[in-house]
Design a protein around this ligand. Structure first.
Ligand code: ZN
Ligand code: ZN
Length: 344
């Protein structure tokens, strides 16, 4: 236990040597400590660190708590009852589409407004030095924000809605295994807690596949136009990428779920990338840190491409040697890996 605590102290005390990092000039702000990974997979076990990690994730204002609150609110006040979904009909199907589009516009729109139009916190906690791109032919409509809005609302929302129509219909007709809180309270809570982990596992493998040089060039490059990301970049993906990315929802066709599980999964999959791609580590209001936002782990993926394919939730990247912790050595290793990938 004492040894574990010491390891933790040693790790958190480890700071990057930015003075000798040739990349230092490219960042406006970056965390000084190495990027943290979920301590659940650390050996020897560090129970207190695990507790802190999950307490921070669920009980403070961040993407998990925001997405869960959104799921509960939509379930209580907006979602049509399953009994209405037994047959495909325009009424409930349009409502489901709105359940996707309206929260997306609210969260991405308000974050974009606060950070990039009102510039409410200036450059504080902003990773990249640059502003979002305009008049650049690599983006649809020659404008990064319009490009991202199109791929999000046009492509991502359509595919996500299509899959949800199918799953809700299957749930309503008993083709998908269902549960209620009363019938299985422990599984109900446990499955809710496991959804981010399932999402992370699925994301790693789909994302890894998309970085195959051929698939990357034709499909995933749409998302990677955004080296300097903003809130609308979160799920700004090519049609084919969305067809893969949202298959994560199909787990509810085999694992016993309640509609609230699907809704939480939906918002976690669609809204948390808005925060993680916001480009700012924290949201600041009235000179106080109001909420965690950007994810430096994924910001590094957008800058150096061939690293951090997963998330910090399951450390696949550490296991498979593609983890970038923000250090100069990791940048050099990533560049070597990229060269090797594209010269084979
Ligand atoms: Zn990628
Ligand atoms: Zn991304």
């Amino acid at each position: 236990m004492i040894a574990a605590e010491n390891t933790r102290r040693e790790e958190s005390a480890k700071m990057h040597d930015f003075a000798h990092d040739p990349e230092a000039e490219r960042w406006n702000y970056r965390p000084e400590a190495p990027v943290a990974l979920n301590p659940l997979f650390h050996w020897p076990p560090r129970p207190m660190a695990v507790l802190r990690w999950y307490r921070g994730a669920w009980l403070t204002l961040g993407s998990l708590s925001l997405c869960f609150a959104m799921a509960v609110a939509v379930y209580l006040w907006v979602m049509p009852p399953l009994s209405e979904m037994r047959e495909f009909a325009p009424g409930w199907m349009i409502t489901v589409w709105l359940m996707n589009v309206v929260p997306q516009c609210l969260v991405a729109g308000s974050l974009h407004w606060w950070l990039y139009i009102r510039r409410g916190q200036g450059m504080r906690k902003k990773f990249d030095k640059r502003d979002l791109t305009r008049k650049n032919g690599s983006f649809t409509f020659r404008n990064q924000v319009l490009d991202n809005i199109w791929w999000t609302l046009g492509s991502a929302m359509s595919v996500a809605t299509l899959y949800q129509w199918g799953i809700f219909w299957a749930m309503a007709n008993g083709y998908a295994p269902g549960i209620s809180f009363d019938s299985a309270p422990i599984w109900f809570v446990l499955w809710m807690l496991l959804i981010p982990m399932w999402s992370s596992l699925h994301f790693y493998w789909v994302h890894r596949l998309e970085h195959h040089p051929r698939l990357y060039r034709h499909v995933h490059a749409v998302h990677h136009r955004n080296v300097n990301v903003g809130p609308w970049s979160g799920i700004s993906n090519h049609w084919y990428e969305n067809l893969f990315y949202f298959t994560t929802y199909f787990i509810h066709l085999v694992v016993a779920s309640h509609p609230l599980h699907l809704l939480y999964h939906v918002y976690f999959q669609q809204l948390s990338p808005v925060l993680s791609h916001s480009g700012f580590e924290k949201l600041i209001a009235r000179d106080r840190e109001a909420m965690r936002a950007g994810d430096f782990f994924h910001q590094l993926h957008h800058r150096y491409f061939e690293c951090n394919y997963g998330t910090s939730e399951i450390p696949f990247d550490r296991w498979f040697g593609t983890f970038h912790d923000g250090s100069a050595e990791a940048t050099a290793r990533t560049r070597a890996h990229k060269t090797q990938m594209y010269t084979r």
